[in-house]
Design a protein around this ligand. Structure first.
Ligand code: MG
Length: 386
């Protein structure tokens, strides 16, 4: 029996993790803690079904309202530290928190020597040097819950580290693949939210439309697997069936294929080094999928190269880019700036970034806050001009 703590349990990743656990043989996994920022109704319903020892709520003012709706024997933790408090409580901690707010959960899980099933890529991207420092805690390990990185993790089992020539991250290209810059000028929020192959939360769906998600995934791959940026490539695979590939020094390329279903990478992270017994995303070869490959349009989708630029600069630069992007995406979702301005705001803020060493969470927070401030100014200027 593996105990599981689900942080961000009411979001897309959390709900799919529960689905995987529900479909696993009785007694294989036990959810001992769940947590979310403020979704009291959903948390109460999950607590009734899963009967965890702990339910954590980030927003302290809603604690009373939650406490009367959880089953007897379930303890409610509330406040800013509640989510990280449940990150040390299980064999596997699923971090499905959205955005930079997931960093304390990542650090708490690794410091406690737990397996971190990491869906919150922002924590690794923004705080790479800080996360790397706690990754060597005995027992601590990161299993990626990102389809591409799960694919890379699987492909890397085919050879030794010294035999890896390149990582090839694949991406669907998002809803705007093939469009010219002119055609991208006036795209609506609803269009950007209509992802062709994956069903995900709004923030990551917008990131997929700009290819910022792919760019951040390049940084994530570098941090997870220690491969230099010159040996990480991006190829567009519009059907989202090939989830990433590893090329080895002898010229052989190993790919991982499945239908797009996040429950497969979630289950892989829970079960590793074993595999889930129930399949998710199996390909039906009687209905042969077409597999296309093309190179990304780096001029239209400028966010991809911004991410390489930030990754190569290292230290605080990825945190700066990530923060600027979060602000810009929120402004786009609010209708304050056009889609093309997401990359402009991110580029402007990254351009003005003052190099800073990252040795502590405070360092990361300082870079993050400064970048958010400057991104806010850049957004205001554009929304006034519009
Ligand atoms: Mg992904």
């Amino acid at each position: 029996m593996k105990s599981v703590s689900l942080v961000g349990s009411t979001g897309s990743i959390g709900r799919q993790a529960i689905d995987v656990i529900r479909s696993s043989p009785e007694g294989r996994y036990q959810v001992v803690a769940i947590g979310a920022h403020r979704s009291v109704d959903a948390l109460a319903a999950q607590a009734q079904e899963l009967r965890p020892a702990y339910v954590a709520l980030g927003e302290a003012s809603l604690a009373g309202c939650l406490a009367e709706r959880v089953p007897p024997g379930t303890e409610v933790l509330a406040g800013p530290q509640a989510l990280e408090a449940i990150a040390g409580e299980a064999d596997v901690v699923v971090n499905g928190v959205v955005g930079f707010a997931g960093l304390p959960v990542t650090l708490a899980a690794l410091r406690a020597g737990r397996r971190l099933a990491l869906a919150n890529k922002e924590s690794l991207i923004a705080a790479g040097p800080v996360v790397q420092a706690v990754r060597s805690t005995p027992g601590a390990e990161i299993l990626p819950v990102d389809s591409e990185h799960s694919a890379l993790h699987q492909c890397l089992r085919s050879g030794r580290a010294a035999e890896v020539a390149r990582l090839i991250l694949t991406g669907s290209g998002g809803p705007f693949r093939g469009r010219s810059r002119g055609e991208l000028a006036g795209v609506a929020v609803e269009e950007a939210l209509a992802h062709p192959t994956w069903s995900m939360g709004p923030k990551i769906t917008i990131d997929s439309s700009t290819l910022m998600n792919k760019g951040l995934e390049v940084i994530e791959a570098h941090e997870l697997f220690g491969i230099p940026y010159e040996r990480i490539d991006v190829v567009i695979q519009p059907q989202s069936v090939v989830h990433s590939m590893v090329e080895f020094v002898d010229g052989s390329t190993v790919a991982q294929l499945s239908r797009p279903d996040m429950r497969l990478p979630i289950g892989y992270a829970l079960a590793w080094p074993e595999r889930l017994e129930r399949p998710f995303g199996t390909i039906d070869w009687t209905r042969l999928p077409q597999l296309d490959f093309e190179l990304p349009d780096r001029a239209c989708f400028a966010c991809l190269d911004l991410a390489y630029q930030a990754g190569l600069a290292g230290e605080g630069a990825p945190a700066c880019l990530n923060a600027a992007n979060e602000v810009a995406v929120a402004a786009f979702l609010d209708g304050r700036i056009p889609w093309l301005s997401i990359a402009e705001v991110a580029a402007e803020v990254l351009e003005g970034h003052e190099p800073a060493r990252l040795t502590s969470v405070e360092d990361v927070l300082a870079v993050d806050a400064a970048a958010r401030r400057r991104a806010g100014v850049a957004v205001d200027r554009r929304s006034r001009a519009a």
